[in-house]
Design a protein around this ligand. Sequence first.
Ligand code: COA
Length: 343
Amino acid sequence: MSTSPTLAAPTTLRHARILGLGGYRPERVVTNEEICRYIDSSDEWIQQRSGIVTRRFAREDESVIDMAEAASRQALDRAGLEAGQIDAILVATVSHPYQTPAAAPSLAVRLGITDPAAIDISAACAGYCYAISLANDMVRAGTADHVLVVGVEKLSDFTDKHDRGSAFIFGDGAGAAVVGVSDTPGIGPTVWGSLGDKYDAITQREAWTDLRPAMEEPGRTEAISWPSFVMQGQTVFRWAVFSMAPVAKRAMEAAGITSADLGAFVPHQANMRITDAMVKALDLPEHVPVARDIAETGNTSAASVPLAMSRMLDEGEAPHGGLALQIGFGAGLVYAAQVVVMP
Ligand SMILES: CC(C)(COP(=O)(O)OP(=O)(O)OC[C@H]1O[C@@H](n2cnc3c(N)ncnc32)[C@H](O)[C@@H]1OP(=O)(O)O)[C@@H](O)C(=O)NCCC(=O)NCCS
């Protein structure tokens, strides 16, 4: 019997870090007054209960791929890299309107990247932090030298503007990071998980396949209901407030740091009250700046963490090269947290 040859494999792990970060916010600012034209609510209620003052909505003809391209170009530029140097693309999104093919291969074509590995990741508001973890592992193991990670959403396409429980929460936008080889560790261990039994806490209302019988009804004239995203606000709120601070703490422990070492805390921008509760539970020192991008951006799911971090860096609120604790959590329910060195 012949023995199989030993497969070639990289022998040493490398370090990885975020080399550049970019963001894209659509032009159109949507006020709470505009949202309240469709729901029985008020600017005051929305601000008090969510912290959201305005959000951005993409143009009708502006796609997830358009927004991803803009954020990616900025991230590449800031990383000082040519698009051709990217060998893998991970796009975290739940609002690319095609079940298949994924957004990532089309994004590669837009950016002029020939033949990269390219996939989408469906992990809702945790998608970016999941993708950063995977990109870190890919670079460390030698699977790729430069990974483009994008979090992008056009949630306005999947929001029922008449649903009082969610119409005011969501916004559109894109954030992108280039992850590459580093001399020192730049992405700490990820603490992640999922609670699949809570799948109905935030969910597309109907499966795409549920629309089939209606579509096939002979002589049907009324509109078919759209499978918007709906959520049990209180269930999600309680889960986030009670369970996510311990996850964030574990990410700091895994990275071997304490909250005093942080240059920024960048939680998923779900609700300002969730952020406040986490800051309290983590007992964050006063000097640590906290991302509060939700006020002007709303909840952009997979795009929220990179958009919030880019804003903090651009506005000089967080230090380049400092440590940031980032955490994403959302539909699944899924979550992921890690400490990263900011580019
Ligand atoms: C959605 C959310 C802001 C609602 O806030 P809440 O404090 O939980 O509100 P409740 O659902 O308990 O409703 C409280 C009251 O406000 C009312 N209300 C609900 N939506 C309202 C709205 N849009 N405008 C005005 N009043 C509203 C309710 O009818 C209720 O009235 P009642 O006390 O007379 O019955 C909050 O639950 C939340 O942010 N959840 C997490 C959402 C999230 O993060 N989603 C993304 C996950 S990543």
